[in-house]
Each structure stands twice: as structure tokens, then as C-alpha cells.
Design a protein around this ligand. Structure first.
Ligand code: CP
Ligand code: NVA
Length: 307
């Protein structure tokens, strides 16, 4: 069965560890699994990190990335998602997409599975999750903090795609996850229940940023206004007042805690300039790790394809 990369929970703890290890292996040791093969990268939303890290990861694995904007492809407007996936799978050994609706990548994967076509579908961010980001987040935390089991990861802000994937990977790695989100932008009871069944970690949700950060080894946040929510900007900025990760919040965390953000960041809103540009910030290492993590994740899913 093809190993698609749609969500972190498509992988178990041993597989996540294997991907993190692959991410740190010398490129030459990975054996150019995409030699002579294409990778289709489709973006319905803007990107800096995801596009560049994926293009370079594909090149490092011997392949050729082909970038297309979502408007050109027109998922379900120009042609059905399933037709796009079936055509692309004849040209490419990886189909990756950044989409508004998570169902788009699920339907692409299901269409290929129904045909027995072994081409992995990779989610490069959907409304639900951002698994490639989470692999880079875990890699960065492991490099900065050592063994992650038993350490505490705090997430302050909007419980959305980035937070969900971060929570999932942290739980698989046995971490204590503490979410600090305003009501209405938090994980609901069903989601907390689902998270509580993942891995050996623990999940807790609080309403105040300060409570979430208390003693944490890593403090993460994300924009308050995700791509596609631009019309809600003013209302969201009001709703998230008091959730800025600033020096006062970082002072409550462990003295050796790292600050992390998937970027792009909006200084003065979800994070103060002092924190993101300060000594505890790991954001550029985290951003650079997107390429290493993508290479590791692609090498893993390709290694499961039976050619
Ligand atoms: N973190 C992240 O996914 O960045 P881009 O939107 O620039 O790809
Ligand atoms: N939550 C953000 C992440 C950007 C990388 C968004 O969806 O726009």
C-alpha cells in the first residue's frame, strides 16, 4: 500500500524517528531514489519555505520538480481532483499539493489507491494539517533539546493546521503537549480526546498563554490569520489579544527553552520582535530544517514504493 503523507498520524513513532534520522543522513547516502523521475508540486496558496525546500529536496534525491499554481490546475473547476491525480501519476513519482481543502489531497490519494498506482501524495499544507512543517519542528527540537521524550512543548495561539500536526508529532515522540488558545480558536473536546490516544505523550489545554508556557522546553506559535482568512484579520487580531509570545511569556518557560515559529511571522502580533529575533529563537534553523525534513520524509515514502 502506498505511503501517502497527508497527516502526521499516517506514521507511527518508529517511522517518525526513521524520517528524522533520514533527514540527518548525508544526501549521498540516500541513493537518488528519484533519479530520472518527476515530482509535481501544486500550490493553491503562496509559499516561500515549502516550495523551495521541496524543490531542493526533490533535486537532492535525483528528481525533477515541476511547480504549478493552483489556478492553472483548477482542482474541481478545470477538472476533477481525481483526473488531475491520475494524469500527474503518469508523469511523476511524487504528487505534492498545498490546498485549501484537506479533502483534495485525500481524494487524490484515494484515486491512485483505487487504481493500484503507487505514487505517494504529499500534503504541503491544508486547512487541517501541515505535516512537513511538523517533521522540521521535531527535528529542530531534537537538535536543540536532545531526547524529546518527557519534555514539554507549549503551543500558544490558533489551534489550526500547524498546531494540530505539531501536537500529533510531539505526542508520538512522547512529549507533554500544552495548548494555550483563546476559546473559539482552541481544540474542541473531540479533538482533545483524539489527541489523547496518540503515542505515549500527554495533552493538556489551557486558556492563558502564561499557563501554557510555564516550565516549557519549547514555545511555539503561528500566525493568527492563516492564508485564506484575510477578511477576518481585524476580528482575529482582537480575539487573540493577550496571546503574544513576548519576553514575559518566555520568562515563564524553562530558562533553556527555545522559541519556534513556522513562519511567516507577524512581529508585534503572535510574537514580539524581541523574542523572535532574540537568543532563544530557533526559527531560522527550523526554516532551514524544512529542506532536510522534506528530504527525509520523501526518502521514507519512496523507500516503501514497490517498483
Ligand atoms: N512554514 C511554511 O509553510 O512557510 P511557507 O508558507 O513560506 O511555505
Ligand atoms: N497557519 C498558517 C501556516 C502558514 C505556514 C496558514 O495556514 O496560513
Amino acid at each position: 500500500m502506498t505511503r501517502h503523507l497527508l497527516d502526521i498520524v499516517d506514521f507511527n513513532t518508529a517511522e517518525v524517528m526513521a524520517i528524522l534520522d533520514l533527514a540527518e543522513q548525508p544526501i549521498e547516502s540516500l541513493g537518488r531514489p528519484l533519479d530520472g523521475h518527476g515530482a509535481s508540486l501544486i500550490f493553491e496558496k503562496p509559499s516561500n519555505r515549502t516550495r523551495h525546500s521541496m524543490e531542493m529536496a526533490v533535486v537532492q534525491l535525483g528528481g525533477h520538480p515541476v511547480y504549478t499554481r493552483g489556478e492553472e490546475i483548477g482542482f474541481d473547476t478545470r477538472e476533477p481532483v481525481e483526473d488531475v491525480a491520475r494524469i500527474m501519476a503518469g508523469y511523476h513519482s511524487i504528487i505534492a499539493a498545498r490546498v485549501f481543502d484537506h479533502a483534495t489531497v485525500e481524494r487524490a490519494a484515494a484515486a491512485l489507491d483505487a487504481d493500484g498506482t503507487e505514487v505517494p501524495v504529499v500534503n504541503m499544507l491544508s486547512d487541517r494539517s501541515h505535516p512537513l512543517q511538523a517533521f522540521a519542528d521535531a527535528l529542530t527540537m531534537r537538535q536543540r533539546l536532545g531526547v524529546l521524550t518527557g519534555q514539554t512543548v507549549a503551543y500558544v495561539g490558533d489551534y489550526a493546521n500547524v498546531a494540530r500536526s505539531l501536537a500529533e508529532i510531539s505526542l508520538l515522540l512522547g512529549m507533554h503537549v500544552r495548548l494555550g488558545c483563546p476559546r473559539g480558536f482552541d481544540a474542541d473536546d473531540a479533538e482533545l480526546e483524539r489527541l489523547s490516544t496518540i503515542g505515549t505523550g500527554t495533552i493538556e489545554q489551557v486558556t492563558r498563554a502564561a499557563e501554557a508556557a510555564e516550565g516549557a522546553n519549547a514555545v511555539h506559535t503561528d500566525t493568527w490569520v492563516s492564508m485564506g482568512q484575510e477578511t477576518e484579520k481585524a476580528a482575529r487580531r482582537r480575539a487573540f489579544e493577550g496571546y503574544t509570545v513576548d519576553d514575559d511569556i518566555m520568562a515563564l518557560a524553562d530558562p533553556n527553552a527555545v522559541f519556534m515559529h513556522c513562519l511567516p511571522a507577524y512581529r508585534g502580533f503572535e510574537v514580539s520582535a524581541d523574542v523572535i529575533d532574540g537568543p532563544q529563537s530557533a526559527v531560522f534553523q527550523q526554516g532551514h530544517n524544512r529542506m532536510h525534513a522534506a528530504r527525509g520524509a520523501l526518502a521514507f515514502v519512496l523507500s516503501e514504493v514497490t517498483r
